[in-house]
Design a protein around this ligand. Structure first.
Ligand code: 5GP
Length: 119
């Protein structure tokens, strides 16, 4: 893979770019979003550089489940397990800007009809 194809999040995983790391294990990393859209805004990122959710296949079943469990765990760690949202933007048309699959964990905000539409 050429340098140009290496995703921003792979560079963060490889410590080439600094990030505020909340959690990591052999399958994923969790960082604080650089431009938070909620008081708690973390990104759960698989080490495997799947560009989008739709690029995951049956071989990714374990890691996909793991990402959900980790999302719940870091929400608990940050004290937002009573009220958080998970968002995956799939494709530029849906607002995806970094093409390395990630789950947004958005917590500790008031979720109502006004801001449900914003993310
Ligand atoms: P997307 O729009 O692809 O669903 O989400 C990409 C997210 O990555 C955005 O919320 C954006 O703020 C975040 N982001 C972009 N660049 C960086 C960075 O260098 N560091 C961190 N921690 N987050 C980033």
């Amino acid at each position: 893979m050429s340098d140009a194809q290496v995703s921003l999040f792979t560079r963060i995983i490889n410590r080439e770019i600094p990030a505020d790391i909340v959690y990591e294990d052999d399958q994923c990393i969790v960082i604080n979003d650089i431009a938070p859209q909620a008081p708690v805004h973390m990104l759960v990122i698989p080490r495997k550089p799947l560009a989008m959710l739709v690029d995951a296949g049956p071989e990714d079943k374990m890691v996909m489940g793991h990402l959900l469990l980790v999302a719940g765990e870091v929400a608990r760690m940050r004290g937002v397990d009573e009220a958080f949202r998970l968002v995956i933007n799939n494709g530029a048309g849906a607002g995806q800007t970094v093409f390395h699959l990630h789950l947004h964990v958005l917590g500790n905000t008031q979720f109502d009809e006004t801001n449900l539409a914003t993310f």
